[in-house]
Design a protein around this ligand. Structure first.
Ligand code: NAP
Length: 300
């Protein structure tokens, strides 16, 4: 177990929920010797039938391979597993790849725990659904000390071709995960409101989904531009004047009101853009909205 050779294709996977099971399956498919452990052992059945070894305890799983990949519900679950009998002692000399979603502080605490117990630590934030894992373009945000990341790469690349390494701070992947999740949840709220418009107007909502999917790359390019504008600090109009969005969100709100459909999302969006206009940002690039967010807001 002392070898650091990346060509030893062994791994232990802790956690066999939807994501953990997909991860273990990918390692099996790629010819790894896979040891698995899950709180509810019955979830290991299908993997054992395909060649995985079921450890009798979490500590036995940690001892079985130098690289330990953990993916459970949240950090409270992860902490409960790490506190189990013998796990801390078994961690000495291991590389813990933590793929459980958590906060930046969770990641810092987990790294400190790992180092205290003699393990190297890498944090990963999965940006895909279980069925999308293991592909050349599967996105995975990763952070942690460079030597640990370099050591972990073969195991990470087996799971995701689209790795984005965010640097040495263990918390970086979790922080960027919060940012990308903000993007997708904002999008989901708008998408569902749009689905309600489509439904109310008698459109095929599946067709609406297809139309949105087709437009997404154009939207994505636009978001990328707005990110560059924020980073540059130059908010002179370059692509999209704020005023257009002030009027568009107001129009979405007024149409919801007159159509009698739910107004919560458009009222929220129109309210923010109205505040931007009142703050004198109407004649700047859309990205200037961040200036409102830099003013400390009321805490919920
Ligand atoms: P899941 O299907 O709900 O599985 C949860 C896993 O956590 C199970 O192995 C469960 O064990 C274990 N667990 C929960 N509480 C525990 C505790 N107190 N002690 C020990 N084990 C405990 O979740 P999942 O979809 O696999 O997600 C796993 C992680 O991947 C999460 O952090 C999630 O945010 C992240 N992720 C998931 C997706 C996705 O689409 N699924 C996408 C991106 C990231 P039992 O089987 O014994 O209950």
């Amino acid at each position: 177990m002392s070898s650091k050779s990346s060509d030893i294709k062994e791994v232990s996977v802790l956690g066999l929920g939807a994501m953990g099971a997909a991860i273990a399956q990918i390692y099996l498919d790629q010819g790894y010797k896979v040891t698995v452990w899950n709180r509810s052992a019955d979830k290991a059945g299908a993997l054992v039938a395909k060649g995985a070894v079921l450890a009798r305890s979490a500590s036995e799983a940690v001892r079985a391979a130098r690289v330990v990949v953990m993916c459970v519900y949240d950090y409270r679950a992860a902490e409960a597993i790490l506190a189990m009998d013998g796990v801390a002692a078994a961690m000495d000399g291991r590389l813990l790849v933590q793929l459980t979603t958590g906060s930046p502080q969770d990641a810092r605490d987990a790294q400190a725990w790992a180092h205290t117990h003699g393990a190297a630590y890498v944090e990963g934030a999965i940006q895909a659904a279980p069925d999308q894992m293991g592909r050349p373009d599967t996105p995975l945000l990763v952070s942690g000390a460079r030597p640990a990341y370099d050591d972990a790469r073969p195991w990470l690349e087996a799971l995701a071709g689209g790795i984005v390494y965010l640097g040495e701070a263990a918390s970086a992947a979790a922080a960027m995960d919060l940012a990308t999740l903000s993007t997708i949840y904002g999008t989901i709220l708008g998408f569902i409101h749009g689905a309600r418009i489509a439904e109310h107007e008698g459109f095929d909502v599946a067709e609406y989904g297809r139309i949105v999917a087709g437009i997404m790359p154009t939207f994505a390019g636009f978001l990328q531009h707005e990110g560059s504008v924020i980073q540059s600090g130059d908010f002179a109009i370059s692509q999209s004047p704020m005023r257009i969005s002030v009027e568009a969100t107001q129009r979405i709100l007024e149409t919801a009101q007159t159509s009698g459909i739910d107004t919560e999302f458009p009222a929220f969006a129109a309210g923010i853009f109205r505040r931007a206009d009142e703050a004198g940002l109407g004649g700047e690039e859309l990205a200037a909205l961040i200036k409102l967010l830099r003013v400390k807001g009321v805490q919920a």
